[in-house]
Design a protein around this ligand. Structure first.
Ligand code: GDD
Length: 323
């Protein structure tokens, strides 16, 4: 009999990648999709369940009915800038949604449960690299909501002895990232400039992040749930730090643009046209940065390590993302 898995947020980047990964492994896959988020989502091999993670009775009934072997809880509102505009909605979806699932698995007590934590829970670290026990002091409503989900997952793991695994994932990118995230925004923006000569805008390009390739991170989720010696918390990251500006510079170089920074813009030296303008209005009220994650615990416990490093990541994304 095939193992049954539930992926919440299956229509998001990580959900799509994880369902592709698990299809290769011959799982019976169920994917929860919020209609408002992606009403047309279909994927061969994925049984789509339409519903809202905040709907307590729906979540309880799905978990009781299908008796999943594994649940990967990836559904959340994950746009950090959006969370400053709509904190109540973000708390509601990200915290109550997680609580609904935790209560449902507590009642059935069968599933291995993966919670999608994030580097954003660390806020603005003062030292690097960060390890799993680095103080968690989030600086965005998104980070606060994820920390509540993370602590709730830890609490249920300890109090009810449940097999709950928490990933603490640093930025991880792929062609499935929508344009409200900076990597796709930069690549599409530069490619559009080449086609049309139209510039685009960015916010704070000095933010320091640790970027990896998302398909390697979903493999890490699976390996954590299957091969970690005991349910625990694990950082998945690259242990490298790069600024948004470095990412932009690499993309501009790949596009063959000879660049020059003047005041608040990046210019194409050949045409003298602006390619990017930097706008204070796109800055976040609080910038979460100085990220650099040490993945040693994941490597030691289940052999996970990233193989795609910064320059290769940018090149791959540049090849894979179309305008
Ligand atoms: N989105 C965006 N748009 N970001 C910009 C822009 C812009 O125009 N200009 C500068 N940035 C900066 C942001 O301020 C941030 O420091 C950085 O680019 C990356 O932003 P995002 O790509 O939006 O990602 P994020 O770091 O805020 O969060 C992502 O990674 C987290 C860690 O894995 C999201 O995927 C989160 O959900 C995730 O938890």
């Amino acid at each position: 009999m095939k193992a049954k898995v539930l992926i919440t947020g299956v229509s998001g980047q990580d959900g799509k990648l994880l369902s592709e990964f698990l299809l290769e492994k011959d799982y019976e896959i169920y994917g929860l999709v919020r209609r408002i988020a992606d009403r047309k989502f279909t994927k061969e091999g994925v049984n789509v369940i339409e519903g809202d993670i905040r709907d307590t009775s729906l979540i309880e009934s799905i978990v009781a009915k299908y008796k999943f072997d594994e649940i990967y809880h990836l559904a959340s509102i994950s746009d950090v800038a959006y969370s400053f505009e709509h904190p109540a909605e973000v708390y509601d979806v990200n915290i109550n949604g997680t609580l609904n699932l935790l209560n449902a698995i507590r009642k059935t007590n069968i599933a291995s449960f993966y919670f999608a934590g994030t580097s954003e829970m660390f806020g603005k670290p003062t030292t690097k690299p960060q390890t799993e026990d680095y103080p968690m002091e989030p600086v965005s409503p998104y980070g606060v909501s994820k920390l509540a989900g993370y602590w709730s997952s830890n609490l249920y793991r300890q109090a009810y002895n449940l097999p709950i695994y928490c990933g603490i994932l640093y930025n991880h990118e792929s062609k499935y990232r929508p344009e409200n995230f900076v990597t796709t925004k930069i690549i599409k923006g530069v490619k559009r400039y080449i086609k049309t000569g139209v510039k685009f805008s960015l916010g704070n390009i000095m933010a320091l992040k640790d970027w990896g390739y998302a398909p390697e991170y979903v493999r890490g989720m699976y390996e954590m749930v299957h091969n970690a010696p005991t349910p625990s918390d694990y950082i998945l990251a690259t242990n490298e730090q790069h600024s948004v500006k470095e990412f932009l510079d690499e993309v501009v170089k790949l596009a063959g643009i000879d660049r020059m920074y003047v005041d608040e813009s990046l210019y194409d030296v050949t045409t003298n046209f602006p390619v990017v303008t930097f706008e204070k209005s796109l800055y976040r009220p609080n910038e979460a940065d100085n990220y650099m994650g040490e993945y040693y615990k994941a490597f030691k416990d289940f052999g996970w390590k990233p193989t795609i490093r910064f320059k290769e990541l940018v090149r791959k994304l540049y090849e894979e993302i179309e305008v």
